[in-house]
Every structure is written in structure tokens, then in C-alpha cells.
Design a protein around this ligand. Structure first.
Ligand code: THU
Length: 162
């Protein structure tokens, strides 16, 4: 038996001004779109903004449903829409924020496992790291690529190997 530690690296930011202008705009887009979330059941409103390599920004929000599993997270709404509209343009970055109980979350909220898997697929598809910014009101986390968010991930390499 061998114990293997898997390390991952994240970056913490204390203010919006620490980011490049491009990322500040992206974070603000995620914050602005949160009002369009349809989350009557959880009241957990999530906004996501995808920055494409061509400079375009695509936004999305979580969309819930009375049949709960039919809903979809903001990250996947935005990623799938971006990939549908621009199937040949790599994704450069994704910013996510949460608004609940009448305020933006103070700390950064990490994406669920299913969203990580979808972000990873896009990263691998375009062979370009996707920077992920989790925007809290007082603190921000930046992760340099989807792989760092999903250690021990599954991908299509396993189809060929097995
Ligand atoms: N949600 C997201 O939009 N993104 C995540 O990564 C986590 C969860 C949504 C799904 C659901 O509408 C609500 O937040 C509560 O789970």
C-alpha cells in the first residue's frame, strides 16, 4: 500500500482591484446577472460569467424546477450556452458569485462536482486552461485551471486506455 497525497493550489484575493481590468469586468458581469436567477426553491441565486478567447462574455444563472433534478446550475447554463454559440472559441475564464438572504455571499462558493466536470471537459476540448474566479463580497478565490478544481478526474482518456 502506498499513500499518495494530491496537492492543489488556489489563490486568495482580498479585493476586486487586485484583478486585471478584464477580470474585474467579468466578476461584475457575474454579479449583475444574478438577478436573473430562477431559484424559487433554494433561494440560492447563482451568477456565472464566461470569458471567451475572442473577448466575448456569456452569462448564465441557475434555473430551478418544481421537479428538482430538472434544474441546472449557473455554471453549466453559461458554459453550455457559450459552447453552443461559439463551438470553436476556447473559454479563457469563468467567474461565479452567489446572492442569497438579500446579500452577496461574503466568501467564495466553489462549484458543485457536476459543474467541475463540465468545465473540465471544455478545458480539455480546447486544450486551454480555464481560470476560475469564485467571487465573494469580501474575498475571492482564483483557481488556475479546471484540473486543479477536480483532482483525480475522469475524462475520455479512459475510453482509449481500457
Ligand atoms: N448551484 C449552482 O448554480 N451552482 C453550483 O455550483 C452549486 C449550486 C445552484 C443549484 C440550485 O439551483 C441552487 O444553487 C442550490 O443548490
Amino acid at each position: 500500500m502506498r499513500k499518495i497525497d494530491i496537492k492543489t493550489t488556489i489563490f486568495e484575493y482580498e479585493s476586486l482591484e487586485e484583478f486585471s481590468d478584464e477580470f474585474q469586468v467579468l466578476i461584475n458581469e457575474a454579479k449583475n446577472i444574478v438577478k436573473n436567477a430562477y431559484a424559487p426553491y433554494s433561494k440560492f441565486n447563482v451568477g456565472a460569467a464566461v470569458l471567451l478567447d475572442n473577448g466575448k462574455i456569456i452569462t448564465g444563472t441557475n434555473q430551478e424546477n418544481a421537479a428538482y433534478p430538472s434544474g441546472l446550475c449557473a455554471e453549466r447554463v453559461a458554459m453550455f450556452y457559450a459552447n453552443s454559440q461559439y463551438p470553436n472559441v476556447p473559454v479563457k475564464a469563468l467567474a461565479v458569485c452567489v446572492f442569497t438572504n438579500d446579500h452577496y455571499s461574503e466568501s467564495p462558493i466553489p462549484p458543485c462536482g457536476a459543474c467541475r466536470q463540465v468545465i473540465l471537459e471544455t478545458e480539455m476540448r480546447f486544450e486551454k486552461p480555464i481560470q476560475i474566479i469564485l467571487a465573494g463580497n469580501k474575498k475571492y478565490t482564483l483557481i488556475e485551471d479546471a484540473k486543479s478544481l477536480l483532482p483525480l478526474h475522469f475524462d475520455d482518456d479512459f475510453f482509449e486506455r481500457e
